[in-house]
Design a protein around this ligand. Structure first.
Ligand code: RB5
Length: 149
């Protein structure tokens, strides 16, 4: 199950992502918003992040105007690794190396076609593990306040 969320600035991209998921029978849960009326992106970041950390959804996709604000808000939730992606290489590497669990994109900077491409890569790229496990664990230590140099 993929958790989907957006604000008004990312509504067009989430619609394109939904079409992609529908065509492939990939299950998703929508957390809004559902129009281009102005809303506050942290609300949707919070809902999607909680759906991922609770285990209700395996991964999430969040879109706002730039992808930045909504990723900042999502990353405040413990256990979330939300990545703003603006190219195919980033979509792949943030899964392989950062074990990202939320893909963030911007409706004012990324086309619908590109967003679908990044979604496809993100959802189909595995975590690489190995040396990256240690680095992701360090991110978690920073989050928990247990990190030491
Ligand atoms: C909304 O106008 C805009 O600020 C929002 O979509 C996003 O780009 C924030 O980072």
């Amino acid at each position: 199950m993929i958790a989907l969320g957006c604000d008004h600035g990312g509504y067009n991209l989430i619609c394109a992502v939904k079409k992609y998921l529908d065509e492939r029978n990939i299950a998703y849960k929508e957390f809004g918003t559902f129009s281009e009326d102005s809303v506050d992106y942290p609300v949707y970041a919070y809902k999607v992040a909680k759906a991922v950390t609770s285990g209700e959804c395996e991964m999430g996709i969040l879109c706002c105007g730039t992808g930045i604000g909504i990723s900042m808000a999502a990353n405040k939730i413990k256990g979330i690794r939300a990545a703003v992606v603006g190219n195919a290489f980033g979509a792949e590497m943030t899964r392989r190396h950062n074990h990202a669990n939320i893909l963030c994109m911007g409706g004012r900077v990324t086309s619908e076609e590109e967003a679908v491409k990044y979604t496809d890569i993100f959802l189909n790229t595995p975590e690489e593990g190995g040396r990256h496990d240690k680095r992701v664990a360090m991110i978690e230590q920073i989050e928990n306040g247990t990190f030491s140099e």
